[in-house]
Ligand binder design. Structure first.
Ligand SMILES: O=C(O)[C@H](O)[C@@H](O)[C@H](O)[C@H](O)COP(=O)(O)O
Length: 247
């Protein structure tokens, strides 16, 4: 973000600009409060999380907060098509950093991304993940990340089926994404919630650190464009979105 640009809250989009050292703790508290309120209201809560590196500190801050984790169902916003024991598996990331602590043991409904069954293809994994998402129910909180290229979840600008995945009339909840040139740090086929599924959440949070991402955010702030899939989340007015920015 250029120093002159500070996004302001607008409509269903709330901006929290926070001291970087406090951001994950404050966001974890906000998420925990929302999950506790959902448990109070409906007897259970659903938390849907993205992978990547950014959420690790958030998961560590979240897992020590004392809510009734046995009533929390956790799903993945997206997953790499690797075994769940693979170091780049988002499922493993959640298992390692969020569920490590007893207090965070929860009823896990995971998007299935294990290649345990050798015949599993990204398409069959996406189907299995759709079933898991349906079983979990509407996400009370959905945590997004964003790449400097403007992707979110595994909705990458160059995904061959991006138009379908962004089409709000698409009734699929999860689709396979197979990129001709996947990111070097995670060169895998993926499965991802569709935009419609992401926006079915009751509340979306997007924590962002780093100037490169804030510069991308500034572009996405202007208009919705498939060239920056995150812009389709920022420009919609159906679902509350909270941006948590490090100042
Ligand atoms: O599986 C993934 O990689 C994530 O779901 C992805 O969408 C992530 O949120 C962004 O790529 C940002 O990743 P970082 O937090 O590592 O920058």
């Amino acid at each position: 973000m250029t120093s002159a640009w500070h996004p302001e809250s607008r409509g269903t989009l709330t901006v929290h600009t926070v001291n970087p050292a406090e951001l994950n703790v404050r966001l974890a508290q906000d998420i925990a409060q929302r999950l506790a309120a959902a448990i109070q209201a409906r007897g259970l809560a659903v938390l849907s999380v993205s992978g990547g590196k950014s959420p690790v500190a958030l998961f560590e801050a979240l897992r020590v907060i004392d809510i009734d984790w046995s009533r929390v169902r956790i799903t993945l916003v997206d997953e790499r098509c690797v075994p769940r024991s693979h170091p780049d598996s988002n499922a493993l990331l959640v298992q390692t950093h969020l569920l490590q602590d007893l207090a965070a043991k929860g009823q896990l409904v995971f998007m299935v991304a294990s290649t345990a069954a050798p015949l599993d293809t990204p398409a069959t994994l996406a189907k299995a993940a759709s079933l898991a998402l349906t079983a979990a129910g509407v996400a009370d909180v959905l945590v997004l990340g964003m790449g400097a290229d403007g992707h979110t979840a595994s909705l990458f600008p160059e995904a061959p089926n991006l138009t379908d995945a962004l089409d709000l009339r698409n009734t699929q909840t999860c689709v396979a994404i197979e990129l001709a040139h996947p990111p070097a740090n995670a060169p895998y086929a993926r499965i991802t919630q569709t935009l419609a599924q992401i926006l079915s959440a009751r509340h979306i949070v997007l924590p962002l650190f780093g100037t490169d991402k804030l510069n991308t955010l500034q572009q996405a702030w202007k208009q919705a464009t498939p060239a920056l899939p995150i812009s389709c989340v920022l420009q919609q007015t159906q679902t509350p979105v909270a941006l948590w920015l490090a100042n």
